[in-house]
Design a protein around this ligand. Sequence first.
Ligand code: UD1
Ligand code: MG
Length: 446
Amino acid sequence: MNDRPLAVLVLAAGKGTRMRSERPKVLHQVAGRSMLGHAIAAAETLGAERIVVIVAPGMDEVARAAAPHAVAVQERQLGTGDAVQSARGALDGFMGDVLVLYGDCPLIRAETLNAMRAQRRGEAVTVLGIRVPGPSPYGRLVLAGDGTLDRIVEALDATEAERRIDLCNSGVMLIDGTRLFDLLDGIGSANAKGEYYLTDIVAAARRAGLACRVVEAPAEEALGVNSRVELAEAEAVMQARLRRKVMENGATLIDPATVWLCHDTAIGRDVTIEPNVVFGPGVTIGDGVEIRAFCHIERATVADGAIIGPYARLRPGAEIGAKAHIGNFVEIKNARIDAGAKANHLSYIGDADVGAGANIGAGTITCNYDGFAKHRTVIGAGAFIGSDTTLVAPVTVGDGAFTGAGSTITEDVPADALAVARGRQAVKEGWAEAFRARQRAAKGNG
Ligand code: UD1
Ligand code: MG
């Protein structure tokens, strides 16, 4: 293992015009996390001592997303070499290895970067290479006779013979930090784009008598996102990875391609997930849970053995207890549903605590919002809430209490009591027949 100190630079100053977006490119999301967030998470996994994100002037939103890590501003976008130059101040006094990542490459895995570091043998520059046969926009890696890396030639500057090389530059580079800026100072911009290419650091190192090498990685990891179409491609690769991980951990996905996961979705063993389920960020699912078709779940926890759906929605702050049942067209927000409680049909439970074993009848609504503030509803253990009860919060229904179907509950209900709050039924014998007779007579006269 390579235990030299590590600094990671994440290049993110490019404009990203092809996204056609008001939002900076690196803040577009893959699996519920920004592409920049993916790069930073990989850097954090490596135990980097410093992480510096290179931004363009005015990219305040990107700087906020980079926090608590440092940003360095690249005044003008003069190329990847110039981007790294702008981190000179941020790397002042740093003596370890510098890893360069791109903010628009969300699929690069920390394992791959670790393997790259582990294979470093004191070279000045290690480049992560990918095999890409046929025409491509990637820089080509030109090897020396001894198999070390001689130079990188950009596709636009390459000869026809060089363009036939299928070993390409992923963009990821590990550079000896004690040499980095000396080598960069020797790089010019006499090339097809008139830019300072970071890739020219390899030739500069060779001129200084230093060795460079290539470590290969799967091409899929180097997918760079420049457009919405490529964003969708990256999402598809990431989803496939996440689904595989969840299945390897012991969950059954009946139709994996229809289940959408987030980078942080945590799912236990012996969980069954039916088709068409969407997980937003911050979801934890226990063991033995059944998630039926067409559920939408975000920032929620579900304890062991619960049954969710079909067609249930768990919104932020939903905490579903063990063996609880949340059924079709039930929405839960910022509410605790304790063990064994049931809300099986057509309900909204928001800002509430529902005790263990309580039964929430069809059509129950917590009226949690008065137009200004949210209020809490507390339902005790074993309570029975009749169908179509509206609970006007703040209100408490005690343990074991009942509410009559169709009640509008505005006052607290003591434990084990019955509260009925609805108009008393009036029956008028023969009224309907008399009404019809009057109507018929009126029509006949007209
Ligand atoms: C670069 C590599 C190429 C490699 C390819 C992999 C160079 C010269 N070429 O080409 O060999 O095969 O990536 O995808 O490095 N950026 C800045 N400031 C700049 C310019 C770019 O921060 O002035 C950032 C961009 O935001 C992006 C990254 O650097 O995150 C790469 O820039 P890009 O213009 O996409 O480089 P490529 O032409 O794709
Ligand atoms: Mg690119």
